[in-house]
Write a protein that binds this ligand. Structure first.
Ligand code: ATP
Length: 586
């Protein structure tokens, strides 16, 4: 397959913001493509070359990219730098450079999909000393033979900014459309949720049809997408929803970890499916000691422990570990963690995700023996709201955020990758009115004034609308930033800077600067109100009005463990608004 054919599809995808049209375009492509190419197309269309949990990452530094572009095209450095200052987007600059290129390259060969893919993989795999030279060489090789439009997308993917706006859900829709029927979409979703590898799902579906997907099971080495909880504000409502009884567990304030264990090897994955193994060698060691079976996938929450008192500490303390390359030994000593296990998704060859929770919990206790650093989540089966409230207070006193209620019925399976009422969270914020944190995505910014002159003064924040795959504005966030954080904001945000509003952002406000939805911040709001200028859940409560968070404050926590699509959803905010109104009325 020629890379040019894929580029034509990219151009068509960029000419629409309709998710349905995108799915149609991709479905047509999949139908006409050899199964051997589906995997690569799926990854590359989403701006990567491997599933997220693989170590290979694209994201070449802009400067290195420009250097390679200059070397590959012989373009004038001065004019390229000028273009860069004007345009910002490396894809557009590259295309312009190619269009202006006078001499046509002799001996150029048309680029194939395989050749571009292989070169990108080599770029991603070049690490360590001398890697810049290798990266440049592999990239220059394909740039040498690229046509303007091809070069545009090579620039974007290699720098880690593909930005076609194609969500996993759209790829799932298009795969179902191409190779099965609409009714089979659930099977495609399930296969993705248990393997976290859409490329593999696409290839299997193309080769073996739906029957092939049904044969797919969870397996050690493929992280399973996390099951998530809904929230309710009172023990009564939770018990009502759970049919009168549920298992209540401490809700630890830590880092969710999925451990894959086989033949004495332990791999840890985060909620975002990143490989955390190297950051937590102490947890790996502790799990090896505590594990008594041959293979398993188990889940738990890693919580920092005060070395002096043995008490649980807040999550921020674990974040000292994350992304740290140097001084890990000190971090382990200063911030030791304990893992509280709460689920078992696979045990000695058996896929446990379709088993009810009591059986999964039994499996967990069967394969782990408790040690100082490996414990189970504190759990109690309760049916009385007063007892739930008591347990809730106990959890708060123990340094937890509240309780997690879990259904115990026959249908209490592990719903990978989905949020539902089989798990319900009950957090301390619900007690004090309108005092709950939410995780919002920065989609724009406003220039600062006064003391903040020359910096960002406030950020335009959005929730995520899952149904429409849109980011909807909900707040202008200006407080809670200390000077150091304010100074850091450009460094964290400018990499996502755009010339115009991102096509997936729905906004009535005009920001001074727009960003690709990427950075997630934890925000504490005082109140949710109706507002004509925000687009979150627009028109759902009252015509012409959306939801807004009043008096928002940044808590100081960047939710780097969340992707933009993991942020608080518009539906959640809508539910919180209704719960809040009920409380006000009641
Ligand atoms: P979410 O994970 O639901 O998107 P979030 O990251 O903001 O939201 P919370 O709303 O605070 O987190 O609660 C869910 C998280 O609680 C889980 O993802 C998990 O990391 C954590 N957790 C702590 N204790 C437990 C437990 N006993 N069972 C399940 N999850 C738990």
């Amino acid at each position: 397959m020629l890379y040019h054919d894929l580029v034509k599809v990219y151009q068509a995808l960029e000419s629409t913001t309709s998710r349905l049209e995108m799915a149609d375009i991709l479905a047509d492509l999949f139908r006409s493509t050899d199964c051997a190419h589906i995997r690569k197309i799926v990854y590359m269309t989403q701006g990567t070359i491997v599933p997220d949990f693989y170590p290979e990452k694209l994201g070449m530094a802009d400067k290195l990219y420009i250097r390679t572009l200059l070397a590959a095209t012989g373009a004038n450095e001065e004019s390229v730098r000028k273009l860069w200052a004007q345009e910002g987007d490396l894809g557009t600059i590259t295309e312009k450079v190619y269009e202006n290129k006078r001499q046509t390259t002799l001996f150029s060969e048309p680029l194939t999909l395989d050749r571009v893919y292989d070169a990108l993989l080599k770029v991603a795999r070049s690490e360590g000393s001398g890697s810049q030279e290798y990266k440049t060489r592999y990239l220059a090789d394909i740039l040498h033979d690229a046509k303007p439009a091809e070069a545009r997308y090579i620039a974007r993917i290699v720098t880690g900014r593909m930005r076609l706006g194609v969500a996993s859900q759209t790829v799932i829709d298009s795969l179902a459309q191409a190779f099965a029927t609409k009714q089979d979409k659930a099977a495609v979703e399930r296969a993705f949720n248990i393997t976290s590898d859409l490329g593999l799902v696409g290839e299997t579906l193309c080769q073996k049809g739906i029957a092939g997907l049904e044969e797919m099971h969870v397996r050690v080495g493929n992280p399973i997408r996390a099951m998530l909880a809904e929230r309710l504000p009172s023990p009564e409502e939770i018990l009502d929803r759970m049919g009168g009884q549920a298992m209540f567990e401490y809700k630890y304030d830590g880092l969710r970890v999925q451990a894959h264990i086989q033949d004495g090897k332990v791999t840890l994955y985060s909620r975002r499916l990143e490989d955390l193994t190297s950051q937590f060698p102490d947890v790996v060691k502790a799990l090896k000691e505590a594990f008594t079976c041959s293979s398993a996938i188990i889940e738990g929450e890693c919580v920092p422990v005060d070395i002096n008192t043995g008490e649980l500490l807040p999550f921020q303390e674990v974040s000292h570990r994350r992304g740290r390359k140097h001084g890990l030994t000190e971090a382990i000593e200063d911030y030791p963690v304990r893992i509280h296990l709460f689920d078992c998704l696979y045990l000695d060859g058996a896929d446990m995700t379709d088993e009810p929770l009591p059986d999964r919990r039994t499996a967990l206790t069967r394969c782990v023996k408790i040690t100082e650093d490996v414990r189970f989540s504190e759990a109690r089966v309760l049916d009385d709201p007063a007892k739930v409230q008591e347990f809730f207070i106990e959890a708060l006193n123990a340094g937890c955020e509240g309780l997690m209620a879990k259904s115990l019925g026959d249908g209490s399976v592990y719903r990978a990758g989905s949020r539902g009422f089989l798990w319900i969270k009950y957090k301390k914020e619900y007690r004090s009115e309108m005092n709950d944190t939410v995780d919002l995505v920065a989609v724009g910014a406003f220039h600062g004034r006064g003391r903040r002159g020359g910096m960002y003064g406030a950020l335009l924040m959005a929730t995520y609308n899952e149904e429409e795959d849109r980011f909807e504005t909900v707040s202008k966030l200006g407080s809670g930033f200390d000077d150091a954080t304010l100074a850091l904001l450009p460094e964290r945000l400018d990499r996502y800077r755009l010339h115009d509003r991102h096509p997936l952002v729905e906004s009535k406000m005009e920001a001074d600067v727009w960003f690709e939805p990427a950075l997630v911040l934890e925000v504490l709001g005082a109140e949710i109100s109706l507002s004509p200028i925000h687009t979150c859940a627009h028109g759902r409560i009252r015509d012409g009005a959306g939801l807004a968070i009043r008096f928002p404050r940044f808590t100081g926590t960047f939710r780097d463990d969340k992707r933009p699509r993991d942020a608080t959803t518009s539906q959640e905010l809508y539910d919180m608004y209704n719960a809040q109104m009920k409380k006000v009325e009641g």
